[in-house]
Structure formats: structure tokens, C-alpha cells
Ligand binder design. Sequence first.
Ligand code: NOJ
Length: 561
Amino acid sequence: MQKNEKDWWRKSVVYQIYPQSFNDSNNDGVGDIPGIIEKLDYLKTLGVDVIWLSPIYDSPQEDNGYDIRNYRQVFEKYGTIEDLEHLIAEVHKRDMKVILDLVVNHTSDEHPWFIESKKGKNNSYRDYYIWKDGKANGQSPNNWGSIFSGSAWEYDVNTEQYYLHLFAVKQPDLNWENEKVRENIYDMMHYWLGKGIDGFRMDVINFISKDQRFPDGEIKDGALYGDSGPYFVNGPRIHEYLQEMNQKVISHYDVMTVGEMPGASTEDARIYTNPESKELNMIFTFEHMSLDQKGDDKWDLEPLNLIDLKENFEKWQVGLHGIGWNSLYWNNHDQPRVVSRFGDNTGYREKSAKMLAICLHMMQGTPYIYQGEEIGMTNVQFDDLSDYRDIELFNMYEEKQSISWSHDKIMEAIYAKGRDNARTPMQWNEEKNAGFSQADPWIKVNSNYQEINAEKALADADSIFHFYRRLIQLRKELDIITEGDFQLLLRDDSQIFAYKRRYNNQDLIVLCNFSSEKQDLSKDITERIVDAEKIISNEDVSKPDQLSSYEAAVYLVSDGE
Ligand code: NOJ
């Protein structure tokens, strides 16, 4: 066991399941909880410690469950509460843990609280949400835009006020200023923790505290809406709320918490994740996911500059070392597939997927693997817009058309960044629908499933799957991976990502070639690794002074060697 059993999450690797697309046991085209249970042994073989389930709650599925209608019920297509209890028991039986998504910045507009709230200004639930009068000129209360395009305010004809929705119109924001809202949320958290879950991933949790002045945001170069971030990202009462939640709920259990936090800097993270703050164990940063775009618009594509990526990781690795804790990820249900994004999914799919895995898994923090990443699943390109499912993408399409983006330009952006890239069904085998379901899946399967699937990967000792398995194993064996400090090497090299971890008289040297060109290694590096033990690599016959295309290797050097 670890030094401090309570900090088990520091030695853990988390696997994220997007229930809708994982495994369909009753053949209705939608993944479900019994389907997840069927695959627990697969996850055990991979060696992960914790399973994070994206929302499994009752929902009209406007945003695939991130719009909750009932926090205490399971979405009927996923199964029942009993199924979920069974899943928790089966996970624990295998000595793994399970965490749920906590989506409390907003609910669905079909949640009973909102239905009440909408009934009238004097309704006792009115203040559960954020209602405002429009401006005197008949415009919305301020110029904030929704993250899913369009205005962030929706007018309600009956009560002649607007409600705030930072995401879809059907996702009204909760009013955290209202103590009753907070108490209700805390009760609901106790309910799930009482069922034995091992923690929460908290959806956009740094958005819950809004600046109560609700001012207009600055309109930046031709943008359609004002920059509202300064008024709700890491808002005025955020630390107070998280501390309250911790004190009233989290601190009563031995569980882990990870906060999804767009717009949180390392300085913020040093507060959120410092154990002394008593807030969260770790957060998800978005900084490394925003380097291949121009400005704030993720759809405005720009090639990645590797030096930016390296410096960004350095900032987080160094910034949180000894103070807070990092979460490490390349992928989740909102991001394109990393092998298509920062690797090469044509000529070097397996090799570049392994390189990316090494690069991330040798860092300090808790790694997250998103379903399918462990077999190197890739992005999709549907010709027909109607084959897509994601609300964000459809709203974006309309908005970009209104500012004269061509169809082709929008499709290119969807191919590169659309969230549906990550949401196609998990590829289990070469059978119909990749073995995900006998029925037509809710979203098309990626056509490459005969080449890329779990069955094949399991049978091939050299597969990406077994590579991830070894990386997870190494993390368990070598404390330097969890504890060591971080030093960036070859800072100015635009193709090689190299770094050193140091702990207890040992160095771990990690070398990753992010390009399809071979790269010469400087003398400084070759001298360090010449007598070192190579502990993992994606290349059998590597040259001592060169990295081949997408080659990655890790060396362990003890002092005196
Ligand atoms: C972040 C979630 O990861 C994403 O999928 C969702 O659309 C938004 N938050 C809104 O809940």
C-alpha cells in the first residue's frame, strides 16, 4: 500500500467510460450499465484502478446526460439503480474504484426545480436559477454568449424575464448563491457516496460562482458576444463553495475528487489542489488542449507548436510539484482522439499512440485514459452532417455560417475538433457494429473497426493495449513516476519532447519524437543514457544517438552509474 492510504488516488490510473458508447448489452443501440459490467474484466486486465462514469442520471439527453432531470435516478436506457449498485459491487470485487460525474453548474430544463422555477416570480424555486430582467431597450440582461453558441440568456414569455444558460438553452445554470440549492446538492452527494462510490469528477465546477453584478463582457476583435469569462470562471465565491462542499460532504468519506476547470491557471490550481485548502484533489486543466487553435475559438484551427506544448506541461509539472496534484490526460469525451491530433493515424498509428502514452504517463499526476485510447482509436470523418449527434457542433455550424465560414471550412473544423470524434462506439471486435451492439448504434461506428479493435489488441502482445498495461504497471512499481520532480530537457527542440524526473538518487529520462522524421540526439543526452537501463520503448532496435519516427524511450539512471 501507499505511504498514506488516504492518498490512493496519487498512485491510481483512471479509465473514463462514456456509457452511451461503451457497450450495449440489450441491443437497443445505446450502451448501458450491464454492458459496462460485462467489460470489467477487460479493464482489470488493462490494470486501471478507478473507473469514471460520465453521467448515468435520468436526462432528456440534450447534451448526452450533462443535462440532468433527476439526480437520484438512472437514465432508463442505461438501466436501473439496482444495475448501478451491482456495478459498484462488481467494481469493488475486482479491487477497483468507481467515481461518478457531478454536474451541478446547471440542470436540465426538465428538472422539477426548473419546472417550478419557471412558473412564476414568486415561486419558491424561482431563486434556484439565475433570472434577470432584460435591458431597458429590450435586449438580454448582458452580452454574454453561450459556450454552445448564441446568447447565454433565454427569454421566458410568461414571466417576462431571462434565465442564464452558459451551455445549451435546455441547461439552465443553478444559482449557487442560494443556500438551499447548495444544501440540496450536498444531500444528493451524500446519497451517492452512501451507495459506496469512490468520488466525483465535477463538471465545469469552477463556473458555479458568478459575479453578481452580471456586467457586459468586453467585445474582442469582431466577436459576436462579450468576453464573460472574467465574471464566472473561478468566480468570487468559488473557494468558499468548494470548501463548504468539502467540509459538509467530501471530508466524511475516503474518496477522490477531480474538478473540470476550463480557464484555471497553475496559480489557481495551486490553491484548488493544495491539501491545505481543503477543496479538491486535482483539476483538469484545458491549457494543453487549447494550443492548436487561434485565440479563444477552438474551431479556428492552428497547427500545434511542440515547444508550446512542452512549456505548458513544464509549467504545470513544476508549478504543482510538492504543492498540489496534476491530472494527466490527452483525451476525454469532449476532445478529438489524440493519435489523430498530435500523432499520426495513417503511417504511424501504433507507434505514435505509444509515444504519446509514454510522454504523458511518465509525468507526475493521475493519468486518465479515455475509452478506446488504449487501442489507438482515431477520429472519424462523416460526409453527411446528419450523421453527427453533438449539439455543440450543430449550434456552431449555424453560427459559423452566419459569419460566412464555408461548409468545407466548418467540416474541416469538425473533423479536427468535433466532440463526436471521441463518441463513436467502442470498437470491441470485427463483428457487426464493432461488437458494440446488434442494433444500429445511436451514432455510427468508425469504419476502421476491423483494423482497430480490442479483441485484436488483446491478442497481440505488441499492441497499444499491452503497452498501456505496461505503463500502468511501471507507475505501480517505480515511485519516481509518482514522486519525482520534473525538468524539461532540449527546451528549444521543436520535434523532441524530452524531460527528466528525479527522485531518491535516480533520474528517469523520457525522450519522445513527435515527428515522422528521425531526430539526432545531442551528445549531452546520449552521454546520460549510454549506460542507463531502458525501461520501456516503442522501438525494438533503437540507435543510441538517434530517435526514429515517433520513437519514444524511457531510461532509468541511478547516481554513480
Ligand atoms: C463539460 C462536459 O465535459 C461537456 O461534455 C458538457 O457538454 C459541458 N461540461 C456541459 O455540462
